[in-house]
Design a binder for this molecule. Sequence first.
Ligand code: DQA
Length: 144
Amino acid sequence: MTRVLVLNGPNLGRLGSREPDVYGAQDLEALRALLEGDAPDGVEIDLRQTDHEGEIIGWMHEAVDTASPVIVNPAAFTHYSYGLRDAAALVSKAGLPLVEVHISNPHARESFRHHSTISGVATGVIAGFGLEGYRLALRAVTAG
Ligand code: DQA
C-alpha cells in the first residue's frame, strides 16, 4: 500500500467559501472524494490541511520517514517560507516525488505570487487547473 500525502497550507480549509471566483465552489471534502475515487488500487489518500508552518514542515519530515510521495499546495507559504522549502527538499532529495499544486495560476495574479520558494526543489509544478490539478498530480506520483 502506497500512502500519498496531500498537504494543504493556510486558508485552504476555507475552500468552497473562500473567493469562489478564484478557487471554485468545491471544498476540501470534495477534493478528498475526487482523489479517493481516482486513486489506483493499492494507493491510499491522506489529505490534510493546516494553517501552521511548523505543522506542514513536520508532515514533510513524516513523508521522508515513511517514504510517502507528496502532493502539496503550500498556499501562501509558497511565496515566503524557506523553512518549508528546506523541508520539501528533504523529500525530493530522498528520491520521493513531490508535486507542487496551485488551484489558481499564481503567475496570472499579483506579483508577490509569482515567486515560489518550493518550485526549485519540487519534482514538478501544476497550476491553474482548479482541483483537477491535484488529480493530475496524483497521476504523476503514482505513474510507473
Ligand atoms: C494558491 C495560490 C496562492 O498564491 C495563495 O496564497 C493560496 C492558494 C492556489 O492554490 O492557487 O492560498 O496556492
